[in-house]
Design a protein around this ligand. Sequence first.
Ligand code: GDP
Ligand code: IMO
Ligand code: MG
Length: 424
Amino acid sequence: MAVTIIVGAQWGDEGKGKIVDLLSAEVDVVARYQGGPNAGHTVVVEEEEIVLHQVPSGILHPHTQCMIGNGVVIDPVVLMDEIGFLEKKGITVQGRLFISQRAHLIMPYHKLLDATRERHYGSRKIGTTGRGIGPAYVDKYDRCGIRIVDLLDRTTLKEKLLTIIESKNKVLQRIYDSEAMDAEKIANDYVEFDRRIDSYVKDVSVLINRAVEAGKRVLIEGAQGTMLDIDFGTYPYVTSSNPIAGGACSGLGLGPTKINRVLGIAKAYTTRVGMGPFPTEFDEAFSEHIRKLGGEYGATTGRPRRCGWLDMVVLRMAVMVNGLTDLAITKLDVLDSLDEIKICTGYRTGGRELEHYPAELDLQEQVQPIYETHPGWNRSTQNARTFADLPANAQSYLKRIEELAGVPLSIISVGSRRNQTIIL
Ligand code: GDP
Ligand code: IMO
Ligand code: MG
């Protein structure tokens, strides 16, 4: 379909990178709309594993145009490193990657404030990726952010930076009892980005709308996931943007009437990194077992991911708030050796059942998942290429997920490689 949004249906790391890369073979444009280098999207091409943080995962297909929308927060240091890394691998980025002039920048003080605030919060910390995401979005909404366009005007940039850093230094010193930053040095370092970034800067909203009008196939790549959404996630244990599908419209300047398909990505179980409620979380021993089987370590920070059973309350929320048209289930193969597999169909609390994910944090922490137990299949699914190749118990597990989700499954992933995929 002409314009497809890919969104994470859980707490991130659902395998969006693999699916975006896979679908990129047949699209013309791949665009990111929110988040920043907190994302770690893994693509496996033959023997090689490539982790992308800011560049859309479609970049590995030489025919695609890649765009970074206004809703993304960009760390220019990380971005330039990422471009350098890709170019070194022989992947042409220049002329194929376009960055919105309206996107906001992550500056060194955002990273410092992110880390300082987490330290200050102690046991109440969020467990952020430390990439400066929250403070960068705060400045955007506080209307004191630096945008990509500002990089192109050295004099104004320097003036703006000196003023902002002076006020950030007051916060750091007086509130957090921390060291001040060298404003001159930061300003001088960042004026250097004008020449390096100039050729990538475009009006992405115009470009993407033109592409849609010309009938090009567009894939819009979400980062993070529905449960990390600033509005619908497990607030305050969320990220500072809108990963849900609606974010794609504001984060790219593309109207909702242009969207044809919203594909949700979910693992066949659940993981999350960082702090916050996780109703179906395993005990530590079983979490460790699944972590080993699924290689569940953060692609950005290397932190061990917390693991749990598939949660249909979460998935139904994702279907609803994203308006999902279909679902991809990834990492089915990770469950291959289990005797029994559970699906959480609802929550119970104080003698009543909850149909929807609650907003109250204490309730999110208290709810008791209601499980149904499915028999495992004890056979490798990694070589399955059609639904019929899957063991009968795996087929029933997937059919049950489809039934509970209320939207069709369209893709099943049984390994990290491109060909380890079943298209339904
Ligand atoms: P993303 O952030 O949603 O793109 O996901 P990540 O890249 O952070 O994490 C997903 C991990 O699972 C990566 O290491 C992928 O290579 C891997 N992966 C994706 N799909 C599958 C699958 O079907 N089976 C297995 N075993 N691994 C997968
Ligand atoms: P991808 O795109 C999983 C989590 C962090 C933390 C919370 C806030 O790879 O799925 P932030 O640095 O954004 O302020 O951290 O969000 N988080 C992710 N978890 N996958 C991600 O991205 C994430 N990006 C942020 O662990 O709990
Ligand atoms: Mg990830």
